[in-house]
Write a protein that binds this ligand. Structure first.
Ligand SMILES: Cc1ncc(COP(=O)(O)O)c(C=O)c1O
Length: 359
């Protein structure tokens, strides 16, 4: 999943530096592009997609002693962002159809301390967002969508014709690290339709400084501002999104068309009219063996996230409590080469090797 930059990013950086464009805010331009692209009213960029999750919880006034529901199958940043601000993440098993949080299981995990749900559209696939929004609303919970892997992915429901993931809850959080659809090296952003909490995010990420650049601090805040230099790269990357979405979908389709007949390989159902898979994920009995086989042939793959409750840092809290779906998929998942930069020949080579392994 190599990142992909070219002359356009280089030229933009050179122009920025040579012409002393320090007072031009490429962060604002990046934020405007993200808001327009997702259809959110506001976007606020920050340093990465872990900090954005913690900022979202802070802006919603979630405090130590509160609990936040998080899926047992996700990247570790989702629960760890809660821990960063001293809040306890409560794990919930996922739905085998979508690998997103199972709302029936979420019901069982509620306590009087539950304040919010971190909903993760894993690999750009969402569950029923209408149901997730209703679940949160009926129980007076905040909904934070960890949409780090969902840029270019949508949900279509009874109430929406097609709506970008990350725009259903109080906040949607995105990541722009090296492996994402587009990258700023490291970077993250929140989107929201709520002006009050958007303003709070701006304060929290800028030392709590009153608007207008004066050093007046009525709020506690820190420095979680992104760099204009990285945002400039992001602005150029944004121009490449339509092509990349198309290519990512083609790549997923190619693997699916060629490998889904193999009995030993499971794909999670993916609607490519709505989803832009971040990585191509397959689920097999012994993914490490397939990984080693491919590695010997020069193909890099990556094992899926183990279920969060099996990680050493969370294990003790969940002794005797299983999350069978998260554990099943977490132990079987393998990410195949998925960069939008891959050529058709490279894809074909990988597919032939996987086929030969199972033959
Ligand atoms: C679901 C999810 N949440 C959060 C993050 C963290 O984002 P970042 O690496 O920008 O901190 C990631 C990163 O891949 C992710 O996949």
């Amino acid at each position: 999943m190599e990142p992909w930059f070219d002359e356009a990013e280089g030229q933009a950086l050179l122009d920025f530096m040579k012409n002393n464009r320090w007072n031009i805010s490429s962060v604002s331009e990046f934020e405007k592009r993200l808001a327009d692209f997702t259809g959110a009213k506001y976007a606020a960029m920050s340093v990465n997609g872990t900090v954005t999750l913690a900022l979202a919880l802070l802006a919603l006034d979630i405090k130590p002693g509160d609990e936040v529901l998080a899926p047992a199958l996700t990247m570790i940043a989702t629960p760890n962002a809660c821990r960063l601000i001293g809040v306890r993440p409560i794990l919930v098993d996922v739905d085998p159809e979508t690998l997103c949080m199972d709302l029936k299981k979420a019901e069982e995990a509620l306590t009087p301390k539950t304040k919010a749900i971190m909903y993760v559209p894993l690999n750009g696939r969402s569950g029923d967002m209408d149901a997730a929004v209703k679940f949160a609303k009926d129980r007076n919970l905040f909904l934070v969508e960890d949409a780090a892997q969902a840029l270019g992915s949508y949900f279509k429901g009874n109430r929406w014709s097609k709506k970008h993931l990350g725009t259903f809850g109080d906040f949607g959080s995105f990541s722009f690290d090296f492996h994402k659809l587009i990258s700023t090296g490291q970077g993250g952003a929140l989107v929201t339709n709520n002006e009050a909490i958007y303003n709070k995010i701006k304060l929290l990420k800028d030392f709590g400084r009153a608007p207008g650049q004066q050093d007046i601090h009525d709020f506690i805040g820190w420095n979680f501002k992104p760099s204009n230099i990285l945002a400039l790269i992001g602005v150029e990357q944004f121009k490449k999104i339509p092509w990349r979405i198309n290519r990512k979908r083609e790549i997923y389709k190619y693997y699916h068309d060629n490998l889904s007949q193999i009995q030993d390989i499971e794909f999670v159902e993916t609607d490519l009219n709505l989803t832009t898979p971040w990585f191509v994920d397959i689920f097999v009995a012994e993914p490490k063996k397939l990984m080693d086989f491919l590695e010997k042939k020069g193909i890099g793959t990556r094992l899926f996230y183990p279920a969060i409750n099996t990680q050493k840092i969370y294990r003790d809290e969940y002794v005797g409590k299983g999350f069978p779906v998260a554990e099943r998929y977490g132990s079987r998942g393998l990410w195949l080469p998925s960069s939008s930069k891959l050529t058709d020949e490279e894809l074909k080579y990988t597919v032939e090797l996987v086929k030969s392994y199972y033959a």
